[in-house]
Design a protein around this ligand. Structure first.
Ligand SMILES: [Fe+2]
Length: 372
């Protein structure tokens, strides 16, 4: 079998470890004007960057950033004319920071750059400081922004959106609550597992995926139990970063496609939606990805030689034992809504076509019913 060539973009510099957030200031000692993009909560970490120079904090980033949010952030940048932009937050913040760095001083608009490889260039330096472990946005070159009129997400992808400096400091994730830690940790693992078993899987990305799901197997329960467990938090930040690398050239598959309607229609947080769906797709794909699925099961401590049913049950127990409510009904889903979810998920060919085995609309509906 020939292996399709891939191209990987990674941050120019990566710092990993407790206290590394303090290195941003020294790295950017020559920056005269700095724009920090954050949420009202993560803005509280801005001091820890140890920045000098003129600092502007833009903290109006909601959970799901839309075009208006981006417009306001671009306005803030045009006022302060930064030579450094720092994204300080979770995936939403980091996605906005990428776009602001690429667009604030260019003639291009969001519409101009939507899609792959349409950003003309970037002059402003970009540091990405993650405060959650889930999306792995700091690792990559993609941003998702909601279009409230159309109700969908605009994806921008460009090598010009890669970070000059990415920071994974576990101390910034101590205060993430156990429920969010659990769901986002499973989401990070799902990025790795879906890329690992994808039709477009690649041996090099498989290596990152393995490191990622093994770290989740080793550390997620510990971080849920004790949020200040530095070693576990650091392991999860790495897992999230590796998941981010998996998202680049290979991306996710049916699991994320099936989780999307739970976000757009049922308004479940992205991590939670993916955690609920994860065991079902893992088991569905088992027949065509037996060896790789067995590797995942072993890394998560689910056992060896599992039947499809045993795999589904043990994977669901893995998530439940982290405190994740795995029933769609408990989250307010109604049986009547499931066919709509199924047709929307099935129509997401961008991700569905990556799945190692084709899923019919009935198969997808079967997943929702089983998760109900
Ligand atoms: Fe995800």
């Amino acid at each position: 079998m020939t292996i399709a060539p891939i191209t990987l973009h990674q941050p120019r510099r990566l710092a990993v470890g407790a206290g590394t957030v303090g290195g941003v200031g020294a790295w950017a000692a020559d920056a005269a004007s700095i724009l920090v993009i954050a949420t009202p909560i993560t803005a509280g970490f801005a001091e820890r960057l140890k920045l000098s120079g003129r600092i502007t904090v833009f903290d109006a980033i909601p959970g799901e950033p839309d075009i208006r949010t981006l417009g306001a952030a671009l306005e803030a940048a045009r006022r302060c004319k930064p030579d450094l932009i720092v994204g300080l937050g979770g995936g939403s913040v980091l996605d906005v920071a990428k776009l602001v760095a690429a667009l604030w001083d260019s003639g291009q608009t969001l519409t101009d750059v939507a899609g792959p490889n349409r950003v003309a260039g970037r002059r402003t330096r970009l540091a990405q400081v993650a405060t959650t472990a889930g999306t792995g946005s700091e690792a990559g070159i993609r941003s998702l922004i909601t279009d409230p009129d159309k109700g969908n997400k605009i994806a921008v992808e460009s090598p010009h959106m890669i970070a000059d400096f990415a920071v994974l400091d576990p101390e910034l994730t101590y205060s993430v609550p156990p429920a969010v830690t659990a769901a986002t940790g499973v989401d990070a693992m799902a990025h790795c597992v879906e890329a690992f078993t994808s039709r477009r899987a690649h041996p090099m990305i498989d290596g990152f995926a393995r490191m990622g799901f093994r770290l989740v197997g080793k550390y997620l329960a510990r971080a849920v139990r004790d949020g200040a467990d530095t070693e576990a938090r650091e392991g999860l930040m790495l897992a999230s970063y590796y998941g981010g690398i998996c998202l680049g050239p290979v991306n996710t598959a049916a699991g994320h496609a099936i989780a999307y309607p739970l976000g757009t229609r049922l308004r479940l947080p992205h991590g939670l939606a993916n955690a609920i769906i994860f065991p079902h797709v893992l088991a569905f794909n088992q027949p065509v990805a037996a060896d790789k699925t067995a590797e995942v099961a072993s890394a998560l401590g689910l056992g060896a030689g599992l039947s499809k049913t045993e795999l589904l049950n043990t994977a669901r127990d893995f998530c439940s034992s982290l405190g994740i409510e795995m029933s769609l009904a408990a989250h307010g889903a109604r049986t009547n809504d499931l066919p709509l979810y199924a047709s929307e998920a099935h129509a997401n060919r961008r991700l569905m076509d990556n799945n190692p085995i084709d899923m019919s609309i009935e198969d997808v509906l079967g997943v929702y019913k089983a998760a109900f």
